[in-house]
Ligand binder design. Structure first.
Ligand code: NCD
Length: 325
């Protein structure tokens, strides 16, 4: 942790508060903001390992989770994060709400907004959905994933996992591999890792690398063995078949042979390499279980743990802004 790292007291006093009303994109953040969020999250990691895990930083505040797309990790960690900070948390399920009767995204959000929530955490299949909502409601909006666009809280939890594993993010070479085209995790990580001074390499078949990626300030490799050479971190991405129109990969067996991470391909990376995956994993498609489950290289479970702490830091600093104007 850096000197003068913010803790619950700074949040309570409002001396550290979230830089904007909404959290929509990593590209809205400055490096000092991220560093302070990471420091704040570190304190929450320790709290989450204790028997008594509750604080009152969000007491009196209401958080609504509005997830139009499936989620295990993100939704439950925002729920736990809100509850551990003392908020009232409501989970809306589009399958059993009026969304199932055809109510639009905007109508649903405006309806929920009329109940005076303080923070709306939104996941939606359309890029830009969270930003659009933020213009229609009076509460703060957190983007929990909008289509193929961004997933900023994932990038923060990934940075926290790396900082704890390596002691720093600056100077690390991070290979982000696989289905970059459909990945909001990749886009947010390109921004976040760039902000924190890491070197990013996008590795995947030409059909799964976005056409403008050569202007993102990253290296690009179209062969996994070349792309992994000397990497400190290998971040594997899920093959997002649900977002694909037509066949972008020949077959799953062929994909694993060329693009699946196994021991043999991982041997190209640095000896101290760490492997990440945002989950959910397609075992035997983009990653071999042998690598995913090896706790001496895999950070995948740490990422899940850091997800709660990182989201607590986001929510606590947003509450500091709400409470202190
Ligand atoms: C990711 C997502 O939803 O964008 N998952 C997550 O939030 N942990 C990645 C994915 O779905 O592959």
């Amino acid at each position: 942790m850096t000197a003068n790292a913010p803790g619950p007291e700074e949040v309570r006093k409002g001396t550290f508060r979230f830089p904007q009303r909404h959290f929509l994109s990593v590209f809205d953040l400055e490096r000092p903001d991220v560093e302070r969020l990471l420091d704040l999250a570190e304190g929450f990691v320790a709290l989450n390992r204790q028997k008594a895990k509750k604080l009152d930083l969000l007491k009196g505040h209401t958080l609504i989770n509005l997830f139009f797309e499936a989620s295990t990790r993100t939704q439950s960690s925002f729920e736990l994060a809100g509850k551990r900070l003392g908020a009232d948390v409501v989970n809306m399920n589009p399958r059993t709400s009026s969304v199932a009767k055809g109510e639009t995204l905007i109508d649903t959000a405006v309806t929920l907004n009329a109940m005076h929530p303080d923070i709306l955490v939104v996941r939606h299949g359309a890029s830009g959905a969270a930003s659009l909502l933020s213009q229609k409601v009076s509460c703060s909006v957190v983007n929990a994933g909008d289509g193929q666009h961004e997933h900023p809280s994932q990038a923060l939890l990934d940075a926290l996992s790396l900082k704890r594993a390596f002691g720093r993010v600056e100077g690390l070479t991070v290979a982000i591999c696989g289905d970059v085209l459909h990945s909001r995790v990749a886009r947010s990580n390109v921004g976040m890792l760039g902000l924190l001074g890491a070197r990013v390499r996008l590795v995947g078949p030409p059909t799964l690398i976005p056409s403008g990626a050569d202007r993102w300030g990253v290296e690009i490799a179209h062969d996994l063995r070349t792309g992994l050479a000397g990497a400190d971190v290998v971040m594997m991405l899920r093959l997002q078949l649900e977002r694909m129109e037509g066949a972008l990969v020949p077959s799953l067996r062929e994909y694993f042979r060329l693009w699946g991470l196994d021991r043999e391909k991982l041997a190209r990376a640095a000896p101290h390499v760490r492997v990440m995956h945002p989950g959910p994993m397609n075992r035997g498609v983009e990653i071999d279980s042998d690598v995913a489950d090896d706790l001496s290289v895999s950070l995948i479970q740490d990422q899940v743990e850091m997800g709660v702490a990182a989201r607590m830091a986001i929510l606590a600093s947003m509450a500091a802004r709400l409470d202190n104007g």
